[in-house]
Design a protein around this ligand. Structure first.
Ligand SMILES: *Cc1c(COP(=O)(O)O)cnc(C)c1O
Length: 397
């Protein structure tokens, strides 16, 4: 491999850039996970992670990718043949639905157009019809990373409440947690699934389940086979700061610093930084004359913008060119969107200049690839990132 001078721009919506202090925190000698020293670390991260999910209840931490968190949520609370209501926001929702089928659940998949978040009214209508309460869980993806849409979790909670439906509410926050407002307790969520490698700015390898008392009660009745994922074993060991198996010790060192890093900036400031980057990115896309995959402006994702490629142009060829010429990785289109869209990640560790640079790289790539566009989108983004309020207003029109 030839040397690439300068920094690699990792502008995919996860895994994200790991800040050096977090990376350095993981580069420590491995310690005995049954030692007193580890117990201290375990207690710190188990307490600290609750402040990110905004919960007083336990958060379970697994050595797994985010997908493991999906599985843990389902197998701990349900039984074979249970009906679960899911909503097709895009690729990740579809993968979770496929998993539910593999686990012998009976998902009822409300079809979506992959261009918007969940339709709360459709969920409410479905729940209202289920007078026998056969549906045991409603599962939604907060931020659909494939399409760049954010869904209304509180709206779904309200739909459950209005219909008096007792189903558990499960939410995938793998690409939203720590990047945009989320409140496990206040929003009445029963299981929140998270992962380490997106907003938490860690390498891949940790999956999270925040749980409610209702979810814990359901887990005592649930009969789906579970072994590694069993909440009970994990919670028993966690009470003193330990884990039933060997935890991802070095990632937990990193997690401690990641939590501190988020609080040092301030969660609200972190959320505002993501919102600003997202607004600047969308303004650039609009200026270039392209559409975002998200067709509902109010549901645009704060962490990823999915850009529809003009007809007749390959998004993958464009991404390959940008990688080769400018050393920047852009996200690929997933499932049916393969080669039709590219995704610009603005999630985790970045600043205004990172986004300005990334958008300049996209625009330079468009010119180099000969893809018709209106030049100047990166400059519009710069004006927004630089705080020019008028630019922001104009872009919004
Ligand atoms: C990345 C992602 C996943 C999958 O996580 P893995 O760590 O790859 O298993 C699931 N859901 C959403 C919304 C994601 O963004």
């Amino acid at each position: 491999m030839s040397h690439q001078p300068g920094r690699h721009f990792l502008q995919i919506p996860g895994p994200t850039n790991v800040p050096l202090p977090i990376l350095a925190a993981t580069a420590r000698p491995v310690i005995d996970h049954r030692s007193a020293e580890f117990g201290q670390l375990g207690r710190e991260v188990l307490a600290g992670i609750k402040t990110i999910f905004k919960t007083e209840n336990p958060v379970l931490i697994y050595a797994a990718s985010g997908t493991g968190g999906w599985e843990s949520a389902l197998v701990n609370t349900l039984q074979a043949g249970d009906r679960v209501l899911m909503y097709e926001t895009g690729h990740f929702a579809a993968l979770w639905e496929r998993m539910a089928r593999k686990l012998s659940l009976k998902p009822e998949f409300i079809r979506g157009d992959w261009r918007s978040g969940v339709d709360v009214a459709a969920i409410e209508a479905h729940l209202a019809e289920d007078r026998q309460h056969g549906i045991k869980a409603v599962c939604i993806v907060h931020n659909e990373t494939a399409t760049g849409t954010l869904s209304d979790v509180q709206g779904v909670r309200a739909a459950l409440d209005r219909t008096g439906h007792p189903a558990l509410l499960m939410v995938d926050t793998i690409s939203s947690l720590g990047s945009t407002d989320y409140r496990h307790d206040a929003w009445g969520v029963d299981v929140t699934v998270g992962g380490s490698q997106k907003g938490l700015m860690l390498p891949p390898g940790l999956a999270f389940n925040a749980v409610s008392d209702k979810a814990l009660a359901a887990s005592r009745q649930a009969t789906l086979p579970r072994a590694y994922w069993d909440w009970e074993d994990m919670l028993a060991a966690n009470r003193t700061g330990y884990f039933p198996q060997t935890p991802a010790i070095n990632l937990l060192y990193g997690l401690k610093v990641a939590i501190e890093t988020l609080h040092a900036e301030g969660l609200d400031a972190v959320f505002a930084r993501h919102a600003r980057a997202a607004a600047a990115t969308r303004a650039a896309v609009r200026h270039w004359g392209f559409e975002t995959q998200c067709a509902v402006p109010a549901q645009a994702s704060p962490t990823v913008t999915t850009v529809r490629m003009p007809e007749g142009h390959s998004a993958d060829a464009f991404r390959a060119l940008v990688l080769e010429r400018f050393n920047m990785a852009l996200g690929s289109g997933l499932g049916p969107l393969a080669d039709r869209v590219f995704r610009i990640g603005h999630i985790g560790d970045f600043n205004d200049l990172t986004i300005a640079g990334a958008l300049a790289g996209v625009e330079m790539g468009l010119a180099a690839a000969g893809i018709p566009h209106r030049a100047g989108g990166a400059a519009v983004a710069q004006a927004i990132l630089g705080g020019k309020v008028e630019a922001f207003r104009e872009a919004a029109e």
